[in-house]
Design a protein. Structure first.
Length: 429
């Protein structure tokens, strides 16, 4: 077995007030600072509503060709083709796009019966989550842009979603926390709205903002005033790529944005040889994992600190930042040069996956180190064995000498320390 290659984130009064405000902001700041918009000069999320019949054939190929991940607010009845093309929609989700809640029947949630609204939102959230494990459904879009003023209904929206989309031109600045996370707005675009979108995208880059679009159909002949032709939609997407801003789903960027207001105020507490930083999730429905790019205060932690989460070393990036998982809710920071995690512990705790395709074994998530790798069939018979030296957690591909048939296999990984793990792998030819 040999490594084949590596695959691939004024006045005196006003002056005095400004100084007081600056002092307050400094006193509230913690030793961790999230890098705005994941290191990009601004951000954009493209959202599409209703699981319209045009979206699979016309929109998805555009997203795939440009490497863009978008958000689809799904309704299952009275509109769209989700149920008729469920397998295709599941693949859209598994490809990294967001499928999430627009109510089951595209029904308004601004009625006076708050309990009924709550039931409606929960029913659709639960229904979507059962469709496929790739669907978390933790964001919401109000059908017909009708927000609810009913307190019970509003609580129902919040019970299932950490964020909900209203309809207006958003002005989401990095340093300003929104007053209502259940109304994080997007802008509805018309068939002639591509120039507007391009202008807003460039303004997001200039002003360090997050811009969110709303589109229905993407079809040669848009059937309503909230749709685009494929050509206009592609113009909008390509403008975002050209601008060099962060392009990702409503949930991914929204969670990053919301999490930073929490982690940036967390405090470091000395704990023996290291400092521990802990925080509390701002909402019960935050995504399962929220990757944040953060910088550490050198006055608190020193230069080139060693960061650990759940006994796994977090590597320092080339720009000096660390990509931490906010949802682990803590991190331990050791002084420079500390060997904070034993390799065996990293191996035991790491999230490792194995996949066989043809005559290639693909492993991802292994900490750096030397391993013995064995592949066995469903009867436990050894079909391949070799040694491997891994340089990091990026995906690694290994050529298999044996020609394997379709079926279930197990991959055994033995670390140089003696620790062993066994992973399932299914080969489908």
């Amino acid at each position: 077995m040999s490594i084949k290659g590596k695959i691939m984130t004024g006045s005196k009064t006003s002056t005095a007030f400004a100084l007081l405000a600056l002092a307050a902001s400094v006193s509230n700041a913690g030793p961790i600072t999230t890098v705005p918009w994941n290191g990009y000069p601004g951000a954009v999320s493209f959202t599409y509503d209703d699981a319209r019949t045009s979206q699979i054939p016309y929109l998805v190929p555009q997203l795939d060709s440009l490497g863009i991940k978008a958000t689809f607010f799904i309704s299952m009845r009275n509109i769209g083709d989700f149920n008729a093309r469920r397998a295709a929609w599941i693949q859209v989700s598994r490809s990294g796009n967001e499928l999430t809640n627009h109510t089951y029947s595209h029904s308004d949630v601004n009625g006076s019966n708050g309990a009924a609204v709550t039931d409606t939102i929960k029913f659709m959230a639960d229904t979507l989550r059962k469709v496929d494990t790739s669907i978390q459904s933790v964001t919401f879009a109000y059908p017909n842009c009708n927000l609810t003023a009913n307190a019970t209904a509003k609580n129902g929206v919040s019970a299932e979603n950490f964020m909900a989309r209203g309809c207006a031109n958003p002005t989401l600045n990095w340093g300003t926390q929104p007053s209502d996370w259940m109304n994080i707005q997007g802008e509805i675009l018309s068939p002639t709205g591509a120039p507007t979108a391009v202008s807003r995208i460039n303004a997001a880059k200039t002003n360090n903002r997050w811009y969110i679009t709303i589109v229905h159909d993407v079809a040669p002949s848009p059937p309503d005033q909230y749709s685009m032709t494929p050509a206009n939609n592609r113009t909008m997407l390509e403008a975002a790529v050209a601008a060099g801003i962060w392009i990702d789903t409503y949930s991914t960027i929204g969670a990053y944005y919301r999490a930073h207001f929490t982690i940036d105020t967390a405090k470091a507490v000395q704990n023996g040889s290291f400092k521990r930083v802990q925080w509390v999730s701002p909402h019960a429905k935050m995504p399962k994992r929220v990757a944040l790019r953060v910088k550490l205060d050198t006055a608190t932690f020193g230069d080139s600190a060693v960061v650990v989460q759940d006994s796994v070393l977090v590597p320092r990036q080339s720009d000096g930042s660390y990509i931490v998982d906010f949802m682990k809710l803590k991190m331990d920071v050791y002084p420079k040069g500390t060997v904070a995690v034993k390799p065996a512990t990293q191996f035991r705790k790491a999230s490792v996956t194995a996949r066989i395709s043809g005559k290639v074994l693909r492993l991802q998530g292994l900490p750096a180190g030397a391993y013995v790798v064995e592949v066995r069939d469903n009867r436990g018979r050894l079909v391949e064995r070799g040694g491997a030296r891994i340089s990091g957690t990026a995906a690694q591909e290994f050529s298999l000498h044996a020609a394997l048939s379709s079926g279930f296999y197990s991959v055994t990984l033995r670390h140089a320390s003696g620790e062993t793990r066994r992973l399932p792998a299914i080969l489908t030819l």
